[in-house]
Write a protein that binds this ligand. Structure first.
Ligand SMILES: C[S@@+](CC[C@H](N)C(=O)[O-])C[C@H]1O[C@@H](n2cnc3c(N)ncnc32)[C@H](O)[C@@H]1O
Length: 192
């Protein structure tokens, strides 16, 4: 029986889009971009994915590493890494079957986003998957949160031209204070 490590260590459950993606993607080498303290990495690791978990926040990486050490987990590696470098060569794996980037891209310097997505493309194996969930700001729904970066309408779809879009939406949600917040959600598969 699988132990729910997220509950054991007081972490939120994995992002719902990561859970959904795992219904499609077989365990493989995976990069978790902006892993924070590991809610998605721990979930993926328990399903048998080999995860490189990267984040700029050394404290969050320390928290995840201490869970890994306590649980003697062998298939999750951590690294403090600034995604702005647009060089996602974390750990000893350089190409991935799955790159997951949930609610992280909007904290990135806008000047680097194209290069980062290009690097994600380059590091994805043929037939591999990218998952991106990122805030948007549009004329109808200006982003109420001052994120450094937000996506425009159809920007993410255009960045993945030639990939198979398993899922793509630009849904509008409502925050606790009633403000509207639009997100792009995309699971895309690179051609084999
Ligand atoms: C809202 S959290 C999302 C965490 C996780 N992906 C999830 O779904 O719960 C955003 C994360 O991105 C990380 N982050 C922000 N800027 C970064 C950068 N330049 N390089 C790497 N990680 C970064 C933050 O430290 C934070 O852990």
């Amino acid at each position: 029986m699988t132990i729910d490590l997220n509950s054991r260590y007081g972490l939120n459950p994995a992002h719902s889009e990561v859970v959904e993606a795992c219904k499609v993607i077989e365990p493989c080498d995976t990069l978790d971009m902006g892993c924070s303290n590991g809610r998605n990495a721990l979930y993926l690791g328990q399903l048998g994915f080999n995860v490189n978990a990267i984040d700029i926040n050394a404290g969050a990486i320390d928290t995840l590493q201490s869970i890994i050490d306590q649980e003697k987990i062998t298939n999750i590696k951590t690294q403090v890494l600034d995604i702005n470098s647009a060089n996602l060569g974390a750990g000893n794996v350089n190409h991935y079957g799955f790159i997951s980037c949930t609610v992280t891209l909007m904290f990135i310097n806008p000047a680097n986003v194209d290069a980062i997505i290009a690097d994600m493309h380059k590091r994805t194996l043929p037939g591999g998957y990218n998952l991106i969930v990122c805030a948007m700001s549009t004329e109808q729904n200006p982003c109420p949160v001052p994120f450094p970066f937000t996506l425009q309408t159809e920007q993410l779809r255009e960045a993945y031209a030639g990939w198979k879009l398993i899922k793509y939406n630009e849904d509008v949600g409502t925050m606790h204070n009633g403000a509207k917040l639009q997100f792009a959600t995309m699971l895309a598969r690179k051609p084999s």
